[in-house]
Design a binder for this molecule. Structure first.
Ligand code: ADP
Length: 191
């Protein structure tokens, strides 16, 4: 199994690159953001709860997020591996992910961080907001809050996996193909 964490700030291109990685390496893409948006779109109890955090640019509580992630992993046991996008977003979630995989005899193989600077992120997300229909993409103060949550709570996840030599940074500026080639090189080297 090959399990990859696609990491980086909001708007760094994780979702776009995940689609390409899935095509090439045949992994299952699990995006907690997409899972929450699905629930919000269906107005489920989970969706309503998630929305109250997402609309402010805050993290959804860990127990809710980890439970949802675990369900998705448990429901798809026969895959070549998972690509986690938007998860883990703090150290507690990282420990939970390690436990979930370990129970099945697996582990995280690599964490790939897309490096994109804050001003580029704000520009990209505001631009995406014109068509994404996402309420968290349209307001600059909410976007800046997402970036500060990333810097405070999420960024340490890089070091958490770096301790076992699994973390790599990749330049997230360039054409989609250029960035994909950089990611592919790291994935091929971690096989
Ligand atoms: P982006 O990477 O652009 O921030 P996502 O789709 O990954 O977008 O996430 C959107 C929002 O969903 C986040 O701002 C957060 O509120 C919530 N969310 C997604 N994943 C998690 C997670 N692992 N833990 C807590 N909240 C999450």
């Amino acid at each position: 199994m090959m399990n990859i964490i696609l990491f980086g700030p909001p708007g760094s291109g994780k979702g776009t690159q995940a689609v390409k990685i899935v095509e090439k390496y045949n992994l299952l893409h699990i995006s907690t953001g997409d899972l929450f948006r699905y629930e919000m779109g269906n107005d489920t109890e989970l969706g309503v709860l998630a929305k109250s955090y997402i609309s402010k640019g805050e993290l959804v509580p860990d127990d809710v997020t980890i439970g949802m992630l675990k369900n998705k992993v448990d429901a798809n046991p026969d895959v070549k591996g998972y690509i986690f996008d938007g998860f883990p977003r703090n150290i507690y979630q990282s420990e939970a992910l390690d436990r979930i995989l370990e129970e099945k005899g697996h582990s995280v193989n690599a964490l790939l961080q897309l490096d994109v600077d804050d001003e580029e992120i704000v520009k990209r997300i505001l631009n995406r907001g014109k068509t994404s229909g996402r309420s968290d993409d349209n307001d600059e103060s909410i976007i800046r809050n997402r970036i500060s949550v990333y810097n405070d709570e999420t960024a340490p996840v890089y070091n958490y996996y770096d301790k076992s030599g699994k973390s790599t940074r990749v330049n997230g500026i360039g054409s989609l193909e250029e960035i994909f080639d950089r990611l592919s090189q790291v994935i091929d080297a971690s096989k």
